[in-house]
Design a binder for this molecule. Structure first.
Ligand SMILES: [Zn+2]
Length: 222
């Protein structure tokens, strides 16, 4: 099964930090030919937010209805969301490769952060103690951005930032948290990119073996 097909059917629930799951809503990010957008429009954005657990059903329904009544506003929110996603991708991927974030991108993110923190948020009891709850009392259509922004800010100031890596597959481009004991994980998923790399290495070894045998005349290959 193709990577893109799997991802659309199975959102990355519990697979990593919310902000990284959000950044990974582009499949084959680094491929010119296979790059695939998973969030096509405002509706897809709301569906994803619901699936990932940052929007309740009731709120999602309200946003769907608002989008029908105010399509231009929904489009602007959608564009703003995709801009945020690409901004986060640049910041995190740059941290992976250079240990620095582009200063211009960081200042834009800080504006998103200031806007978000200015809204009403509070702590609510949760299974592990407390959790952030974001409540918008305004007519906001972008309230699903708040937990994503909070997640990104939390990760950026966390020691776990060092654990963020980018998949070793040239075309994949997904970011992930390396939770391995010796920080040796290379692939976003062993079932996906890892297996493909393994199969490719196996193929190369077999091909090399055939060539060598052919040279020595032991095995005849075409
Ligand atoms: Zn990958």
């Amino acid at each position: 099964m193709l990577k893109g097909e799997k991802c659309e059917e199975t959102p990355l629930l519990g697979e990593g930090k919310l902000c990284l799951d959000f950044v990974n809503t582009v499949d084959w990010r680094n491929s010119k030919t296979r790059k695939k957008e998973m969030l096509h429009d405002f509706s897809a954005l709301i569906s994803w937010s619901k699936q990932i657990g940052i929007l309740e059903d009731k709120t999602a329904q309200i946003l769907f209805k608002k989008a029908l009544k105010q399509p231009n506003k929904a489009k602007r929110v959608y564009e703003k969301t995709i801009e945020l996603r690409e901004l986060l991708y640049r910041i995190f991927s740059s941290m992976v490769t250079t240990d620095q974030a582009p200063s211009h991108d960081l200042s834009i993110f800080n504006k998103y952060l200031a806007d978000s923190m200015g809204k009403s948020c509070c702590l609510i009891p949760s299974a592990n103690g407390f959790a952030w709850s974001f409540c918008s009392e305004t007519d906001s259509m972008d309230l699903f951005l708040d937990p994503i922004i909070k997640s990104a800010a939390d990760l950026l100031v966390s020691p776990h930032l060092k654990r963020v890596k980018q998949c070793a597959d040239d075309a994949c481009g997904w970011l992930f948290m390396d939770k391995s004991r010796n920080s040796s994980r290379r692939w976003c998923s062993m079932k996906d990119c890892g297996n493909r790399a393994k199969a490719h290495r196996h193929y190369l070894r077999k091909r090399q073996g055939k060539k060598e045998r052919s040279v020595t005349g032991v095995v005849s290959v075409q």
